[in-house]
Design a protein around this ligand. Structure first.
Ligand code: PEP
Ligand code: MG
Length: 534
């Protein structure tokens, strides 16, 4: 019953909004079919002899608890899908036909502690003017769905919604993430204007999906997606990603209770490669350690984790695991173009050792005769100051660079990326960071290899001109940020972006650079408005 309800919803969403949006709920069908859910439920029934409803609920609850333990927003948000499916199945056990949610009778803003993706889908645009939610994050499915149906949503408002009774007037600003209670006439009029402007802007952005990221003076960049979970593939495609620039494979491991076998990994990887339909996928080998610890893999919390046993250090110490992963990736190469990238490289020695393990993996696949691809581009993440300083030596022995700006900033500015007290030091425009990126790009290009960036810097629209001007060949970013970054690239001459970078490189502090860039962006906006206004 639950399955057919979800299928109906998917069909409805597909008609009303399009197949990409419907895919968001299709992931719930996968949960219903997941072996992990079924096996755990059956085990609880057999062992404890309790009723199926309770056993199912316990099994889903256990998975949700495990997801919540992982220090990553993506997993926490997937818990909402799990709970949504759980509630639906339990309602089906009670013989209830479908969601009991009442649709609003007049145009309303929905205020909730939390909404499930299917609640959001059922509500859709039916008299819904906006969502205000105590829980949830910006990349959660509710936010994604709300965004794609064009309804403003402000989430994560814990503690701010008390006293918001039915019948009060409220203005919701999904752009700045604010709401205003009892707006006066002037404010209401301003919101009406904002709303129509936002609608025009998002229609324009959607139209960019199939266009190239090319500047008016003909400089071409590749915009790729950062992905952690298979279900993000659809979002990436919907936003027009040209491929996957960073597949954080460790998340696929975290989803399992035991290390997935070569065959299991091959199946998951192949499925993702196949779904990218010929677009390249860059597999980053396991990057555990740091803040991504996992007991079953044996990477434990350390006193100084970001300087500890992480990334390539862990993989080289677990050679069989590393080789197995690379075998699975090579096998997935049969389904479409792929590349392999090693994390946390600090020098040529590590790169050579990693390549040696890769060669062993290929040799073993050749002996067994299983279908695979043995000739692949092997690249590295440039995310340590050592890799920047030795970039010329590394470029001579690998096929591409991808700058991991999250770690590069952390290590260059000696600021723990997970520590809120030093988060003010996260400064992408710090002269040391800009120089590091510039030096990496130049070293890569001198050796004739491509240089991309895949840290969060790539998702900041305000930095798009800077990354363009620095000469990067590829930006890999969150799907949601892709259209805006593409728009900036299509508006900016490469020569102009280069002079932006020249100006920034002359400034001594990040504060001055931020201010300079903000003024420059304001000036451009003004110029564009004047050009567009007859
Ligand atoms: C980075 O360090 O910038 C990066 C992309 O890798 P991660 O965030 O997974 O460490
Ligand atoms: Mg990193």
């Amino acid at each position: 019953m639950a399955r057919s309800q979800i299928e109906d919803l998917v069909a409805r969403l597909s008609c009303e909004l399009g197949p990409e949006e419907a895919e968001i709920l299709s992931s719930q069908l996968l949960i219903l079919e997941d072996e992990m859910v079924w096996d755990a439920t059956l085990a609880v029934i057999r062992l404890e002899r309790i009723n199926a409803e309770a056993a199912f609920s316990r099994a889903v609850g256990n998975i949700a608890t495990r997801f919540l333990e992982i220090e990553d927003e993506t997993f926490r948000e997937r818990v909402i899908d799990l709970q949504d499916v759980e509630q639906r199945v339990l309602r089906a056990f009670l013989g209830e036909m479908d969601n009991a949610l009442d649709l609003p009778e007049q145009p309303s803003v929905i205020v909730a502690v939390n909404l499930t993706p299917s609640d959001t889908a059922v509500l859709g645009r039916n008299n819904v003017l906006g969502f205000l939610m105590e829980e949830g994050g910006n990349t959660g499915h509710v936010a994604i769905l709300a965004r794609s149906i064009g309804v403003p949503a402000v989430v994560g408002l814990k503690g701010c919604l008390a006293g918001l009774e039915a019948g009060r007037m409220v203005a919701v600003d999904g752009i700045t993430g604010k709401f205003i209670l009892d707006p006066d006439q002037t404010l209401q009029a301003r919101f009406a204007v904002l709303r129509s402007e936002a609608l025009v802007a998002s229609e324009k952005l959607a139209g960019l999906r199939d266009l190239e990221a090319i500047t008016p003076d003909g400089h071409r960049l590749h915009l790729m997606a950062n992905i952690a979970l298979p279900l993000e593939v659809d979002e990436a495609l919907a936003r027009g990603a040209e491929g996957v620039g960073l597949l954080r494979t460790e998340y696929l491991f975290f989803q399992h209770q035991t290390i997935p076998s070569e065959d299991e990994q091959t199946e998951i990887y192949s499925d993702m490669v196949r779904r990218m339909s010929g677009r390249p996928v860059i597999f980053r080998t396991l990057d555990v350690g740091g803040d991504k610890v996992s007991d079953y893999l044996g990477a434990k919390r350390e006193y100084n984790p970001f300087l500890g046993w992480r990334g390539i250090r862990f993989s080289l110490a677990n050679r069989v695991l590393f080789k197995t992963q690379m075998k699975a990736i090579c096998r997935a190469g049969v389904a479409g173009p792929i590349k392999i990238m090693f994390p946390m490289i600090t020098g040529v020695e590590e790169l050579r050792l990693a390549k040696e393990v890769f060669q062993e993996a290929v040799a073993e696949l050749e002996v067994t005769g299983v279908a695979h691809v043995g000739a692949l581009d092997l690249g590295i993440m440039v995310e340590t100051p050592a890799a920047v300083l030795a970039a010329d030596l590394l470029a001579a022995e690998c096929d591409f660079f991808s700058i991991g700006s999250n770690d590069l900033i952390q290590y260059t500015l000696a600021m723990d990326r997970g520590n809120a007290r030093v988060s003010y030091l996260y400064q992408p425009l710090h002269p040391a960071v800009l120089r590091a990126i510039k030096a990496t790009v130049e070293a890569g290009h001198r050796a004739g290899i491509q240089v991309g960036i895949c840290g969060e810097m790539g998702s900041e629209t305000r930095l798009a001109e800077v990354l363009l001007g620095l000469g990067l060949d590829e930006i890999s970013l969150h799907g949601a940020a892709l259209p805006k970054v593409k728009q900036v690239i299509r508006w900016t001459k490469f020569s102009e972006a280069q002079s932006v970078v020249e100006n920034l490189l002359e400034l001594a502090t990040a504060t001055e650079a931020n201010q300079w860039l903000a003024n420059y962006i304001d000036g451009r906006k003004l110029a564009r408005m004047e050009k567009e206004t007859p």
